[in-house]
Every structure is written in structure tokens, then in C-alpha cells.
Design a protein around this ligand. Structure first.
Ligand code: ASP
Length: 331
């Protein structure tokens, strides 16, 4: 469990506070006040993104951001690209399909190559847990983890926390049910740590075959039955079946899975009447979630999550480059 100590400094530090991390690799590295600090930082970008037709801010002008994605992505890559461009950085995307990894290059050689190009910030997604930290140790600039294997997806958890805080006000005592393929989900691992650190009561709801043994260590209470897990929940976060990470049969069939673990309007009725529905995307409609729930105009926060993703990634890129930009108070 993360410590829940108070911030060592006042919380209205936006733009000036020392953020004592070179990289953003895992929620486990962050103290609760550091998570809240990033949420506060992101608020200005929510306003800026909504408020102006011209969204450019030049604080990262002249800096090079490389998005190195060794695994497929739609919204995360696009979100980091938009975030970097709105901050004025020169953004370059490297996609796995066109990289030399396909030609047998080692991860360390790829890291050395990225480093030799004098990137100022590197965003990495990789299929292997721990690969992003390995690269981060070899390069001279901040690295942001955009998802490594089953392990972590820290900016997803931060954007989810921002979405929840804007809708629900605070985390204290909030019951959040994270449901589905928890075993293969980096989103679930980051969210369990993040929401527990912020004071929420986190439930991991999954069939026994898709429940990781370490959920309690990550701050969540395990539930094997959907009905019990949803009972009285304030937030219901659904997860995709990560078929690409499954080696063998973890579920009888998608149809049966939907019958037992799919979020239908009837199941959602077990949660609080104003419960929020979330999903990190991509969704498999009719498997983990039915369309009428996913598209519910008041209850679903799924497109809001995408919006918060851009704001949160702008905050992370800004904060992690402050040292290099010589922002006062940053080393
Ligand atoms: N987009 C999320 C991830 O990269 C969730 C998913 O793929 O299901 O982990």
C-alpha cells in the first residue's frame, strides 16, 4: 500500500513545486500528494483545451518529444502527440511496425539510438513489463511510461482519477469497482494503486481465472461475483478482455463471459443510482459492456476519459521537463 502522508508543502503549488521524479514509470513511485499535484496541474489544461480555438502554448518550444511505441495504440499515442504539440514541442512518432526491433535490434541499442538523437522527453509503450524502466535507465532525458506489458499505465490511472474527481468531487470513501480481465490489465494495476492511495475503497471484480494473486497488495478487495462487486459502487470501471495476452482459454466463451461479467443496464442498477461508468478503451461492445451502458448520456464518462487524457498528458510532459527548461524551483 502507498503511504497516505500529507503533502510536505502547500497544495497550491501549480507551476512551481518540486516534483521529485525524473521519470513517470509507475504509480507505485508516487506519493499521494504527488498524484494530487498532477491532478491539480492538469486542471489548467482542461480549461485551456476547452476554452480556445487556438490551443498552442509554447513552453516546450524547441524541445523534441519522441513517442516510441513498440505496441499498438490508438488513443494513447494520439493523446501524447496532441499533448506535446499543444505545448509546442517537436513531436516525432516511432511505430513498432517500422522500427528496427523487427530487424532484431536489442532494447538497449534502441534506447542508445533514441538517446543519441538528443530527445528532451521520450514516451514509451512496450509489450514487456519492465522494459520502459530498462530504457529509462539508459537515456539522459525524462521517460514517460505509456504502458508496459501487464505492469503499469500510469497516465491512464491519472486521467481516470482526474475524471472521477471532476465528477465525484473527492475520493474519500468512494467505492470503485474495477471489473473484468484484471489479471492481464496494466490499467487495473495502475488504477488500484492510484485510487487506494487517494482514499477510495477499491474492489477488483473478476472470475477466479482472471484475478491476479496480488490485488490486496495493490490496495483492492477481490470479488468473484459481479453482483456482489457492483453492490453500492460509486464508480464502475470496465476492462477489456486482453486476448492478445492470453495464452490458453481463460473464459468459456465471449458470450458466456458477457452473461456472467458483462455490464448490462440490469447489472448497473446494483450500483449507486448515480454510479459513473468508465472504460479505458478500446471497448468490446457486447462482451464486457453493452452499448446502452457505454453510450448512456449521464452515466458514461468514457469520452470524458479521452478528453482528460490530453490534459493529464500535457501536465505530465510539462512537469517532467521543468528541470531541463530551468523553471525556477526545479533542479
Ligand atoms: N488501452 C488500454 C491499454 O493500453 C486498455 C486496453 O488495451 O484494453 O492497456
Amino acid at each position: 500500500m502507498l503511504e497516505t502522508n500529507a503533502a510536505p508543502a502547500p497544495l497550491d503549488l501549480t507551476g512551481r513545486a518540486l516534483f521529485p521524479h525524473r521519470h513517470l514509470l509507475s504509480i507505485a513511485d508516487l506519493k499521494p500528494w504527488e498524484i494530487r499535484f498532477l491532478l491539480d496541474e492538469a486542471e489548467q489544461w482542461v480549461r485551456a483545451n476547452r476554452g480556445h480555438a487556438r490551443k498552442h502554448d509554447d513552453r516546450l518550444a524547441g524541445m523534441t518529444q519522441i513517442n516510441a511505441f513498440f505496441e499498438n495504440s490508438t488513443r494513447t499515442l494520439l493523446s501524447f502527440e496532441i499533448a506535446g504539440k499543444r505545448l509546442g514541442a517537436d513531436v516525432v512518432n516511432m511505430a513498432a511496425a517500422t522500427s528496427s526491433l523487427k530487424k532484431g535490434e536489442t532494447l538497449i541499442d534502441t534506447a542508445m539510438t533514441l538517446n543519441a538523437m538528443y530527445a528532451d522527453v521520450i514516451v514509451i509503450r512496450h509489450g514487456s513489463s519492465g522494459a520502459v524502466r530498462l530504457i529509462a535507465d539508459k537515456v539522459d532525458c525524462p521517460v514517460l511510461n505509456a504502458g508496459d506489458g501487464w505492469h503499469q499505465h500510469p497516465t491512464q490511472a491519472l486521467l481516470d482519477a482526474l475524471t472521477i474527481r471532476r465528477r465525484k468531487g473527492s475520493f474519500e470513501g468512494l467505492v470503485v469497482a474495477i471489473c473484468g480481465d484484471v489479471l492481464h490489465s496494466r490499467v487495473a494495476r495502475s488504477n488500484m494503486l492510484c485510487l487506494a492511495a487517494l482514499g477510495a475503497q477499491v474492489r477488483a471484480v473478476a472470475p477466479p481465472t482472471l484475478m491476479p494473486p496480488e490485488v490486496e497488495m495493490l490496495g483492492a478487495t477481490p470479488f468473484h461475483r459481479m453482483d456482489a462487486g457492483l453492490d453500492g459502487a460509486d464508480v464502475v470501471m470496465m476492462l477489456r478482455l486482453q486476448n492478445e495476452r492470453m495464452d490458453g482459454a481463460f473464459i468459456p466463451s465471449p458470450r458466456e463471459y458477457h452473461m456472467l461479467y458483462g455490464l448490462t443496464p440490469e447489472r448497473l442498477a446494483l450500483a449507486k443510482p448515480d454510479a459513473l461508468v468508465m472504460h479505458p478503451g478500446p471497448m468490446n461492445r457486447g462482451v464486457e459492456i453493452s452499448s446502452s451502458v457505454a453510450d448512456h448520456p449521464e452515466r458514461s464518462a468514457i469520452t470524458e476519459q479521452v478528453e482528460m487524457g490530453v490534459a493529464m498528458r500535457m501536465a505530465c510532459l510539462d512537469v517532467l521537463t521543468r528541470g531541463a527548461r530551468g523553471v525556477e524551483g526545479w533542479s
